[in-house]
Design a protein around this ligand. Structure first.
Ligand SMILES: O=C(O)C(=O)[C@@H](O)CO
Ligand SMILES: [Mg+2]
Length: 262
């Protein structure tokens, strides 16, 4: 049966970042994920994992200048050396935190650059990242993002991700299937899940349209969890949403899910 990971970039933000590990443990999570660990030392992060017994499930490679609107550099021509350094840094953290999954963000094709040129760089960088990650037993994940929240992001559809994974043709590249993004871009989630399952390395969830608790909005996650059980998904489910109020009071949905699927 799948396990739930708290996304510490979005959950428990009532607490300072390093204290969110304990908050996640207290709330019954078994694992954590987050966007970027790099402003903290890997030793401090490891100490929090050790003291809570939580598993570090996933984090992202550095994604360029986030404040200035960058959303990844893997597809940005001219940034290849920076990308290679980012792979090295992320793998160093992953090894220390015993983390087996890294999300590589493609980015937004800069104005004036041809889309084809960005895709060419993206494919070459992904192949490089997979080669580097292979000996560390790390899987590289790519995630289609919705264009409402991430306008111009290069990867926005599930079929596009499958093509890329087929093209790279390495055993350690998989799909990060975020059902919040998939619902906004495509819908028909039950069929999508059946269709994509062989490619999936990680799943994330949130309510649609506002990215609040999974129980809030148009997706029936009770139904989705049984669909995942039917296709024998036994990986992690990353809880990547912005709580409507405080994190803890919004966790009723998790208790319900655990009761049904334990
Ligand atoms: O926003 C998401 O969805 C993610 O999973 C992030 O890693 C990218 O912002
Ligand atoms: Mg996501």
């Amino acid at each position: 049966m799948y396990r739930f990971a708290a996304n510490l970039s979005m959950l428990f933000t009532e607490d300072p970042f390093l204290d969110r590990f304990k908050a996640a443990q207290d709330a019954g999570f078994e694992g954590v994920e987050f966007l970027f660990p790099y402003e903290f030392s890997k030793q401090d992060l490891k100490a929090r994992l050790d003291s809570t017994g939580l598993e570090q499930v996933l984090f992202n490679l550095p994604a360029g200048n986030w404040e200035k609107g960058e959303r990844g550099i893997a597809a940005l021509p001219g940034r290849e050396s920076e990308f290679q350094l980012s792979v090295e840094l992320a793998l160093d953290y992953a090894e220390h935190l015993n983390c087996r999954k890294l999300h590589v963000m493609a980015g937004i094709c800069p104005e004036g650059e041809a889309l084809e040129a960005c895709f060419e760089v993206y494919l070459a960088n992904l192949a490089y990242a997979c080669e580097q990650a292979q000996s560390a037993n790390v899987t590289v994940l790519i995630e289609p993002l919705n264009t409402r929240a991430f306008p111009g992001y290069l990867l926005s559809h599930q079929a596009q991700a499958r093509k890329i994974i087929d093209h790279i043709a390495m055993p350690n590249i998989k799909l990060q299937m975020d059902l919040y993004h998939a619902q906004i871009m495509e819908g028909d989630l039950s069929v999508l899940i059946r269709h994509q399952m062989d490619y999936v390395g990680h799943i994330q969830i949130a309510g649609v349209p506002d990215r609040h608790e999974p129980s809030d909005g148009e997706i029936n996650y009770g139904w989705i969890f049984s669909e995942l059980a039917k296709v024998k998904y036994d990986g992690w489910i990353g809880c990547e949403y912005t709580p409507k109020a405080d994190t803890k009071s919004g966790l009723g949905w998790l208790e319900t899910a655990r009761n049904i699927f334990s």
